[in-house]
Design a protein around this ligand. Structure first.
Ligand SMILES: NC(=O)c1ccc[n+]([C@@H]2O[C@H](COP(=O)([O-])OP(=O)(O)OC[C@H]3O[C@@H](n4cnc5c(N)ncnc54)[C@H](OP(=O)(O)O)[C@@H]3O)[C@@H](O)[C@H]2O)c1
Length: 276
C-alpha cells in the first residue's frame, strides 16, 4: 500500500466524470491500495465496471457527498461549467481539487471554486489507458507542496509526471504530449501504408509499424543515449537508413517543418480555447 492510498483511505476521494481517463485513474488508485469504499464517483452514465464497484462499496452519485480530501475533475472541458460549481461547497480549503480538463485554466476553476481553494491543473495523455501516459502539473498559489505531492501521486497511477514552472507552459505541453499521441498514430498509419506500397501484406506492415514505433519509443526512454545518438547508431554511411533519412531530414521537404508547424498550431489552438 502506498502512502497516498493511506491519505485517501482516511480522507476520501471524489471523482467527477468516470469516462476513459477517470476509469484509467480509478483502476490505478485501486491497484495502489485505495479502498473502494473511500471513493465517490459522480457520473451520469456509469460503465458496467463502475456499477460492479458500487456493489463492493463505491459510492455512486450520492445526493449529498461527504467533503473529501481530494476532488478529481475528469469531465470534458465543455461540461466543466456545470460540473465544477456543483462541488463549490468543498472549496475554500480542506479539499484539494485536481483537474485534468484540457484548456480549463486555473482562473476559470477558481471562479467556480474560490481563489482560496487549492487547485492543481494537469494535462495527461491517452497512453494513460495502458499506464504509459505522461502528465504535466501546475498548482495555483494556495496549493501547498503536500497538495502537489498528493496530485502527483494520483497521476502517477497512469504513467510519468512532470511539474511545470508556470501555467503558460500548459499550451505547449498540450501541443507536444497531450495531442502528440495522435501524431504518432498517424506516423504508424503512414509507415504501414508505405510498407504496403513496397509489397508487404497490410496486416504484416501494420504489425511492423506498431512494434517499431513502440520499440523505438521504449528504447529512447530507457537508453542512456539521446535520440539523435540512437539515430546515428542505426545509420551506416551509404546504407538503407541513410537513404531514408536524406528524405526525412531534408531542411525544406523533410519532417522538421511540418512537425514544427503542427505543434505551433496545436499550441495556438490551446491558447485560443483557454480564452473561451
Ligand atoms: N482522453 C485524452 O487523451 C485526454 C488527454 C488529456 C486530458 N484529457 C481530459 O480528460 C477529461 C476527460 O476525458 P475523457 O477522454 O475521459 O472523456 P470521457 O470519456 O467523455 O469522460 C468524461 C465523463 O464525464 C461524464 N460527465 C459529463 N458531465 C458530467 C457531470 N456534470 N458530472 C459528472 N460526470 C459528467 C461523461 O458522461 P457522458 O458521457 O454521459 O457525458 C463521461 O463519462 C477531459 O476534460 C479531457 O480534456 C483527456
Amino acid at each position: 500500500m502506498t502512502e497516498y492510498a493511506d491519505t485517501i483511505n482516511a480522507g476520501g476521494l471524489l471523482l467527477m466524470g468516470c469516462g476513459k481517463m477517470g476509469s484509467a485513474m480509478l483502476r490505478g488508485w485501486l491497484d495502489a491500495g485505495v479502498h473502494v469504499d473511500a471513493v465517490t464517483v459522480i457520473e451520469p452514465h456509469p460503465s458496467e465496471w463502475v456499477l460492479s464497484l458500487e456493489a463492493e462499496g463505491l459510492k455512486l452519485n450520492p445526493s449529498q457527498p461527504k467533503k473529501p480530501k481530494v476532488c478529481v475533475l475528469a469531465v470534458k472541458p465543455q461540461m466543466m461549467g456545470d460540473a465544477a460549481p456543483a462541488l463549490a461547497s468543498f472549496g475554500h480549503g480542506g479539499t484539494v481539487f485536481v483537474s485534468i480538463a484540457a484548456g480549463t485554466t486555473l482562473a476559470t476553476l477558481e471562479a467556480s471554486l474560490g481563489a482560496d481553494t487549492p487547485i492543481i491543473r494537469c494535462m495527461p495523455n491517452t497512453p494513460a489507458a495502458v499506464g504509459r501516459g505522461i502528465t504535466a502539473l501546475f498548482g495555483n498559489s494556495v496549493a501547498s507542496g503536500a497538495d502537489m505531492d498528493l496530485a502527483e501521486d494520483l497521476l502517477a497511477s497512469i504513467g510519468k509526471t512532470v511539474r511545470l514552472n508556470d501555467e503558460g507552459q500548459m499550451d505547449a505541453v498540450t501541443a507536444v504530449s497531450g495531442s502528440g499521441p495522435a501524431y504518432i498514430f498517424y506516423l504508424i498509419e503512414v509507415l504501414a501504408e508505405a510498407g504496403e506500397a513496397e509489397g508487404l501484406p497490410a496486416e504484416l506492415a501494420l504489425v511492423l509499424a506498431k512494434a517499431t514505433v513502440a520499440g523505438a519509443g521504449h528504447l529512447a526512454e530507457e537508453s542512456e543515449h539521446t535520440p539523435a545518438e540512437l539515430r546515428t547508431h542505426v545509420t551506416s554511411p551509404g546504407g538503407t537508413t541513410a537513404a531514408a533519412l536524406t528524405v526525412l531530414m531534408d531542411a525544406k521537404a523533410g519532417l522538421h517543418p511540418p512537425l514544427k508547424e503542427a505543434v505551433a498550431r496545436a499550441a495556438a489552438r490551446a491558447r485560443e480555447l483557454g480564452k473561451t
